[in-house]
Write a protein of this length. Structure first.
Length: 299
């Protein structure tokens, strides 16, 4: 009876060891959280007259956060408008200038009809009728030439006015770019400029990122590479207060198809010599996760 009791105890102990070994047989990887960061830069030259942002502010897409001095551009806009009006005021009044010749032609046509009747009664000669027709043709030629000249002048002035219109559109676009408009929704991470500083095109003003969802960039081994795929849901453990850890659910959204050396942030020399694959895991942020925090992945 005693032998059977010892035998039963040994078997139970072996089963317990076996189950414990299986529970620890999990694939893990470590990495840091990152976000898609966007640097908002100036699109115009001039002094920043207003900039109503601070680091940590929540901004919406399309929100106006400041503006750059646009006085000279406004003056250029006014000058171009005046130039456009001056050019258009020089267009000839074609109707008035042609009207006199048209009346002269009408009189010439009446004279021709009268001469035609006189010719029928043998009172006027054929030469007088020919002269009347010639006079009508001359007047019509003058009308055609003047109409062409006036049309050419009008078209040239319209073209000049159109050119001014394009210049005006350019100034309008430059004025629009004097407004500092936030391009993406998110949190201001870093502020590079302040009010009353000079801005130039391309100068960074602030950096912003959407922190509602972060990405954990981790590195996996070749054996782990074959076991995961895009779309897999994994667990991520993050250090919390009092030495405890907090678990999040994440989705694998990118896996690098090429191996690379382990980053230098891995301290062990042997580990740095290994080839690994980078993966990105999308994690919904409850406000606790921060850029740069470490996380452990359990596949």
């Amino acid at each position: 009876m005693k032998f059977n009791f010892y035998k039963t105890s040994i078997i139970a102990f072996c089963i317990t060891l076996s189950s414990c070994g299986n529970s620890e047989n999990v694939n893990e990887a470590s990495g840091t959280f990152e976000a898609t960061e966007t640097i908002v830069s100036a699109e115009a030259n001039g002094k920043i007259l207003k900039l109503t942002i601070n680091e940590g502010d929540q901004l919406g897409k399309g929100q106006k956060v400041g503006f750059i001095d646009s006085t000279q551009l406004h003056l250029s806009k006014m000058q171009l408008k005046q130039n456009g009006r001056a050019i258009l005021s020089g267009r000839p009044d074609s109707k008035v200038q042609i009207e006199a010749l048209q009346k002269e032609r009408e009189n010439a046509v009446k004279d021709k009809k009268r001469i035609e009747n006189l010719v029928k009664g043998d009172v006027a000669s054929q030469k007088q009728l020919d002269d009347a027709n010639y006079r009508i043709a001359i007047i019509q030629s003058k009308i055609d030439a003047l109409s062409s000249q006036l049309a050419t002048t009008t078209n040239n002035l319209n073209e000049q006015s159109g050119s001014v219109g394009f210049q005006l559109a350019q100034v309008e676009d430059q004025l629009k770019k004097c407004n500092i408009i936030n391009s993406v929704s998110g949190t201001v991470l870093t502020k590079y400029a302040n009010e009353y500083e000079m801005a130039t095109v391309g100068k960074p003003i602030y950096k912003i990122a959407d922190l509602s969802t972060l990405k954990l960039r981790a590195y996996i081994t070749a054996s782990q590479f074959a076991k995961i795929k895009i779309g897999d849901v994994v667990k991520i453990n993050v250090d919390a207060e009092n030495g405890k850890s907090k678990t999040y659910s994440g989705t694998v959204e990118w896996i690098n198809s090429k191996a690379e050396f382990t980053p230098k942030t891995i301290q062990t020399k042997d580990e740095r010599a290994n080839l690994v694959y980078a993966v990105k895991i999308r994690v919904k942020n409850d406000g606790t996760l921060k850029i740069g925090m470490y996380g452990d992945v359990v596949f």
